[in-house]
Design a protein. Structure first.
Length: 63
């Protein structure tokens, strides 16, 4: 299972509303949308973010 760092984030209500709206349009949770936006911003600044292996999705292989 992927390890995620949990922390409190205080946002201006208008920013939170905009993130929720964008997340809904892109079928993501607000949390996933914030992470994606942060990764895009870091990439634009030339800061690489190396992710661990992604969890496998879907049905487990049959035995």
């Amino acid at each position: 299972m992927s390890q995620k760092k949990a922390f409190a984030l205080r946002l201006d209500p208008a920013v939170h509303a905009a993130v929720e709206h964008l997340a809904a349009d892109e079928l993501r949770s607000a949390n996933a949308q914030i992470e994606m936006l942060l990764r895009e911003a870091l990439e634009r600044r030339g800061i690489p973010v190396h992710s661990g292996p992604r969890p496998r999705r879907g049905r487990p292989p049959s035995q």
